[in-house]
Write a protein that binds this ligand. Structure first.
Ligand code: 5GP
Length: 113
């Protein structure tokens, strides 16, 4: 089933897009948990990490390359950042279209609560 992220991909609803190519889209999180909070998503609809397959490996690799470019552009690569995928209920996944959270701009505690 399609999610709100599909509507963002299709430009049916607005998002603050920071990067886009044929396979990946990155945009600012609506409710940022850090001064920098960007979501990197594949344009292909995959509900959770449990549904990824070998044929998705290039898409997943590209998501990390996009992170690298964004980190450079936003000048956060040296101070650092955190990448998070939430999967299903215990991790708090709320949108069932896989997405990588890129968090930066402050000290991030570890382990997560
Ligand atoms: P999850 O909890 O599934 O790992 O993360 C979903 C994220 O999507 C949340 O951080 C939430 O703030 C963000 N989000 C949900 N709906 C929208 C939206 O319509 N636009 C944007 N930019 N972010 C959204």
């Amino acid at each position: 089933m399609s999610t709100i992220f599909k509507k963002i991909i299709d430009k049916e609803i607005n998002a603050d897009i920071v990067y886009e190519n044929d396979t990946v889209l990155a945009f600012k999180d609506l409710n940022p948990a850090a001064p920098v909070h960007i979501l990197i998503i594949p344009k292909k609809e995959i509900p959770t990490i449990n549904e990824i397959s070998l044929e998705d490996k290039e898409i997943l690799g590209e998501m990390f390359i996009v992170v690298k470019e964004i980190a450079e552009k936003l000048k956060i690569k040296n101070n650092g950042y955190r990448l998070v995928f939430n999967c299903n209920e215990d991790a708090g996944q709320t949108v069932f279209h896989i997405h990588m959270h890129l968090l930066a701009g402050r000290k991030l505690s570890w382990p997560p609560g």
